[in-house]
Write a protein that binds this ligand. Structure first.
Ligand code: SF4
Length: 630
């Protein structure tokens, strides 16, 4: 039997078939008719079935006298309701699950607001692309990528910045290669020569955290040199005056870039008729990540081009769309709010919603209900997060064990994508079906919450996802016209064109005699997020089972370390030990560490420095020192 589904890993959301024999998932086959991937799955997609059988949470667990012991759903619900019922909703933090379906995420936020009476409902989008949603909304009036990945192929110039699409978004990368084959000029701007950069026509190395200055310089120059640009979008004159300081000479000093390469990029972007820009977390994971994203959108808008913010997890677009976002109700009209209150038979909570990067550090927070999020590994200053979780009542609802489970008082097992029906919304806003191929180990989140809500005196009854989809169409404005049966798009028409001029001021963290290196966290080409899926894949784990910190050979020699030696990395927030990898691809004074390995808690090194517009942390430019360890 072959069951059509969507890849559970990244936001490209490639279509695939799960091959099932005797009730066991044996393999993944590509879908050659897929408009997203054209049948070209990456390694993560091809091995997606392997994580179904390893690291799973199989029964409810409840902590008794310090130990997590096997329990029943009924008993777990009773404990949760006893602990949470008397707590003011403002003191509870809830997260939606970007690997769960739209239907489950809708019910999660409804439960948070209607039963727990809190707007503190967020997702891990806070840690990656909240800046993109904010920026797109304030420039184009849409909170999703306005294009499709296939449109990349028509570009005559593609600039990718702060991302490695080859390793992180292979479905998009193959479109870039097709465009290149058709003659497109490909520009890569990165602080590290990554594996995608070897395919670039022009590669520009920049100092960590200074991309925005370079993007602004390209924009200033194409306007100044008289290339065709959109002068009709709102705020054009403000844009011109804000960019006045961004000369190529200053760019060379600020960004450390090669002047000739910069000229090549200016001429290629300026002369382009079908320009596209892609960016990733190298842009958004800064304390000025929203400004970084805005600089990319300004450039795309000036060229009447296309902008591709590359999203992380499979349903990280859909989960906030469904209302798992603390500002969800702020963006609704009064009519929308009345419709929700009538439909839910409950007034919306009044408090201002706070994101997970606020609640996890707030002394008032005393309970966490965590669907699919792993804050013990993913949040900055992990030591503070661990203490907070230790002192709070913590419920983890997940398909796989993770670091946060160590702090849980109750754990509930949820399904993986192959065990349930529903929809995901990919980075393009394409709403796609997943189908049940296997008997579930756990329960879908929406089923658990229908059962749990009764304990809170708020009854939610859905017998089928079709009933939830009907309610989503009524409640979520961007999904009013989505059929959920046939594949289609959530609303993605742009509503206006407004430049949002931004300027680079200063790198958030600088080298000093005490901390002479800059740390940037990064994805490995093999693993994914905090590793729950990829590290439970036999083949992926075989390819990479040790966390390695990458350093330049000259730095390694100076410190006196070799390949595979243990080193200690120290920042103002903490210290870790990790094995060293020596590579010339990393610049001097830089150290790069992947964040997928719970045994190497790299985020404990990250001081809590947030983007004031979105609450996204700076994970990309952190001053550290490197010492011999072991
Ligand atoms: S590109 Fe993303 S969605 Fe497509 S197969 Fe790879 S991990 Fe899955």
């Amino acid at each position: 039997m072959e069951v059509k589904s969507i890849c559970p890993y990244c936001g490209c959301g490639c279509s695939m078939y799960i091959v099932v024999e005797d009730g066991i998932a044996k393999a993944i086959k590509p879908d050659n008719s897929d408009p997203v991937s054209s049948g070209l799955l990456c390694l993560r997609g091809f091995t997606a079935h392997e994580m179904v059988y390893s690291g799973r949470i199989r029964t409810p667990l409840v902590r008794r006298e310090g130990d997590l012991v096997q329990s029943t759903f009924k008993e777990a619900y009773r404990v949760i309701s006893e602990k949470l019922s008397g707590i003011d909703g403002e003191r509870i933090a809830v997260t939606g699950n970007p690997h769960a379906t739209n239907e489950s995420n809708y019910v999660i936020q409804k439960f948070a607001r209607a039963a727990l009476r809190t707007n503190n409902i967020d997702t891990c989008a806070r840690l990656c692309h909240a800046a993109s949603c904010f920026s797109l909304t304030h420039t184009l009036g849409v909170s999703v990528m306005p294009h499709t990945l296939a449109e990349l192929e028509q570009s005559d110039c593609i600039l990718f910045v702060g991302t490695n699409p080859r390793s992180n978004y292979p479905a998009a990368f193959h479109r870039i290669l097709m465009a290149k084959r058709n003659g497109a000029h490909i520009i890569s701007i990165q602080p590290i020569f990554n594996s995608a950069s070897q395919f670039a026509t022009t590669f520009i190395k920049v100092n960590s955290g200074t991309h925005i200055y370079l993007i602004n310089t390209i924009l200033r120059e194409i306007i100044k040199r008289g290339f065709e640009v959109d002068r009709g979008a709102d705020n054009f004159s403000e844009l011109v005056s804000v960019l006045e300081e961004n000369t190529p000479e200053r760019a060379r000093d600020v960004c450390g870039c090669d002047r000739e390469k910069l000229e090549e990029a200016i001429e290629a972007v300026g002369g382009s008729q079908r320009f596209s820009i892609l960016y990733g977390m190298g842009m958004t994971q800064h304390s000025y990540g929203t400004h970084n994203a805005l600089s990319c959108i300004n450039l795309a808008m000036a060229k009447r081009g296309k902008v591709f913010p590359m999203r992380g997890r499979s349903n990280v677009q859909g989960a906030p769309d469904m209302g798992c976002d603390p500002s969800f109700t702020d963006n609704l009209t009064e009519d929308d709010k009345i419709r929700i209150e009538e439909s839910w038979n409950m007034p919306l909570p009044k408090g201002i919603g706070r994101g997970i990067t606020e609640t996890a550090y707030d002394e008032d927070t005393c309970a966490f209900l965590l669907f699919g999020m792993n804050p013990a590994q993913s949040l900055p200053e992990s030591g503070r997060v661990w203490r907070k979780l230790q002192d709070s009542f913590v419920v983890v609802v997940n398909s796989h064990f993770n670091k946060t489970c160590e702090f849980a008082d109750v754990i509930l097992p949820s399904c993986v994508w192959a065990e349930e029906e529903g929809t995901y919304t990919n980075a393009e806003g394409r709403v796609r079906r997943i189908h049940k191929a296997l008997e579930p180990e756990g329960k879908p989140e929406w089923v658990m919450l229908c059962e749990l809500s009764a304990y809170f005196g708020y009854d939610m009854h859905y017998s089928h996802i079709g009933e939830i989809q009907e309610e989503i169409r009524k409640i979520i404005p961007a999904y009013r016209d989505v059929s959920f049966i046939e594949e289609g798009f959530r609303e993605k028409e742009t509503r206006y064109r407004m430049y949002f001029p931004v300027q680079f001021r200063v790198v958030e963290d600088r080298r000093s005699p005490q901390f002479p290196f800059l740390l940037t966290t990064a994805r490995s080409p093999v693993h994914f997020c905090t590793g729950e899926f990829s590290r439970n894949s036999r083949r992926l784990n075989k390819m990479e089972d040790v966390c390695m910190a990458s350093l330049n050979p000259a730095d390694a020699e100076e410190i006196g370390i070799g390949e595979g030696d243990t080193i200690r990395i120290v920042s103002s927030a903490g210290s870790i030990e990790v094995k060293a990898r020596i590579t010339a691809h990393v610049s001097r004074g830089t150290v790069v560490i992947p964040y997928h390995f719970s045994e190497v808690p790299v985020n404990s090194l990250i001081p809590l420095k947030l983007d004031p517009l979105t609450g996204t942390p700076n994970y990309k430019t952190v001053a550290v020192r490197v010492e011999k360890g072991g």
